[in-house]
Ligand binder design. Structure first.
Ligand code: SAM
Ligand code: SF4
Length: 466
């Protein structure tokens, strides 16, 4: 294809999809596609979908209804708009999407992104195409790196996929079916990608994967490296001042990773460690392969390694068979750990997963009521955590202009948005900011002095349970 064409990519769901959307834009850039912020007038619209819960999947079909109107308008003005559905809904539903949505020209699964230019040509030649194969080649060997300008435009923080897929098969989860078996990228490939990002001005990197701490990629000499070891290596890269990783499974928190929280100063004191439930009976039915006690032990070891560590988590309420007592155990676990924040979801039966056909499905009414009670407990702890930052000074990576003139917004080590008055040339700098106000959605700070050279300091936030 030649000549500039407008590309609109919309991401649903997790950070993996945000990363994949950027990679799709990078693959298409050499073929003349330029990203645009709105679907109107686009030559190619890609919806990068999420299948984790039913609501996430259904959103795609309502968006396709809106896109259909735009495509009809394009047809009327003799322009062609190509519509692609990518991601996990594409992988799970394949050709069914073409049947349900006549507007769609191309359906491609997460393992086919490197083939996008060819697939677009195939649509032009043959009409509608579905590609949800798990190819033998490694897509990461073929994915084009972003240009320096594209990296810059995406800001000073970046995600880097280090592993994909999952072999754990928790009974509620579609990921092992839509993303396939667990695959770790080799260390050299990851280091090269982070070096490129750092050279373009990225200061903070989040290593991502569906089960990121199952990482076991080939290091030099082909020895398998753990995530802990990889974090040490990535921390050596000049310019990378902050590291994070997500999302982790408690059973894969090995000694090297726990030690990295003590030994790698660039690793931010903030960890998302989904527990799903506080009840051993439910955890066993979910096949989570850890108990409540084991989870608490892991958290204690992490807090010993890094006393100012803030923990966040994911919870599912209304898993099949969850009783009032089971649910109560989840609430008491929230109080015991004192999470700095958490996502909580109503259990959503996913076709093809074991839990979807379990007896004792919980009614929506009970799920709604439990979700509200759990969220209230989580909100209480989150508010208490944020309140404790008042008067504290910590490092803030300034990311972009804030809402008001003269304001910049950045992130604390704990991922809280922090608004400060600061000149725009400080974007990309790590500054010391003293928190003077705690709002419902962000913190407000005043600048001390730029921290140079940057050393993430230990903010010593007490995060133990209330
Ligand atoms: N790998 C992570 C782990 O082991 O916990 C989770 C990744 S998953 C993409 C993100 C979250 O979605 C899960 O932690 C879980 O809370 C939620 N989730 C997954 N399947 C779900 C389902 N069927 N219904 C409701 N929530 C679900
Ligand atoms: Fe899904 Fe996470 Fe369980 Fe893997 S470990 S099956 S991604 S919930």
């Amino acid at each position: 294809m030649s000549g500039p064409r407008k590309l609109f990519v919309k991401s649903y769901g997790c950070q993996m999809n945000v990363y994949d959307s950027n990679r799709m834009a990078d693959v298409l850039a050499p073929h003349g596609f330029i990203e645009t912020a709105a679907p109107d007038g686009a030559d190619l619209v890609i919806l990068n979908t999420c299948h984790i819960r039913e609501k996430a999947a259904e959103k795609v079909y309502s968006e396709l209804g809106r896109i259909r109107k735009l495509k009809e308008a394009a047809d009327r003005s003799n322009r062609h708009m190509l519509v692609a559905v990518a991601g996990c809904v594409a992988q799970a539903e394949g050709g069914e999407i073409l049947r349900r949505a006549s507007v769609v020209d191309l359906v491609l699964g997460p393992q086919s992104y490197h083939r996008l230019p060819d697939l677009i040509d195939r649509v032009a030649r043959e009409g509608r195409v579905v590609d949800t194969e798990f190819p033998v080649e490694d897509k990461f060997d073929f994915l084009a790196p972003p240009s320096r300008e594209a990296t810059r435009a995406r800001g000073v923080t970046a995600f880097v996929t280090v592993q994909e897929g999952c072999d754990r098969f928790c009974t509620f989860c579609v990921v092992p079916y839509t993303r396939g078996a667990e695959v770790s990228r080799p260390v050299a490939q990851i280091v090269a990608e982070v070096e490129r990002l750092a050279a373009a001005g990225v200061r903070e990197v989040t290593l991502i994967g569906q089960n990121v701490n199952a990482y076991h990629g080939a290091g030099p000499g082909r020895a398998e490296w753990t995530l802990g070891r990889l974090l040490h290596r990535v921390a050596e890269i000049e310019g990378i001042a902050r590291l994070r990783y997500t999302t982790s499974h408690p059973a894969d928190m090995d000694d090297s990773l726990i030690a990295a929280h003590r030994d790698v100063p660039q690793l931010m004191p903030c960890l998302h460690l989904p527990v799903q439930s506080g009840s051993d009976r439910v955890l066993a039915a979910m096949k989570r392969r850890h108990t409540r006690t084991r989870y608490i032990e892991i958290v204690e070891r992490l807090r010993t390694a890094r006393p100012d560590l803030a923990l966040t988590s994911d919870f599912i309420v209304g898993f099949p068979g969850e009783s009032d007592e089971d649910f109560h155990e989840t609430v008491t676990l929230v109080d015991h750990i004192g999470f700095a924040g958490a996502f909580s979801f109503k259990y959503s039966p996913r076709p093809g997963t074991p839990a979807a056909v379990m007896a004792d499905q919980v009614s929506d009414e009970i799920k709604v009521e439990r979700l509200a009670r759990l969220q209230a407990a989580i909100d209480r702890h989150q508010a208490a955590f944020n309140a404790r930052t008042l008067g504290m000074t910590f490092s803030v990576l300034l990311e972009k202009p804030g809402r008001h003139p003269g304001q910049l917004v950045g992130r604390s080590p704990y991922l809280q948005p922090v608004q400060v008055m600061a000149p725009p040339d400080l974007i990309g700098e790590i500054v010391a900011a003293r928190i003077i106000e705690v709002g419902p959605n962000s913190l407000f700070g005043v600048l001390d002095e730029p921290l140079k050279p940057m050393r993430p300091q230990r903010a010593a936030l007490a995060v133990a349970g209330a």
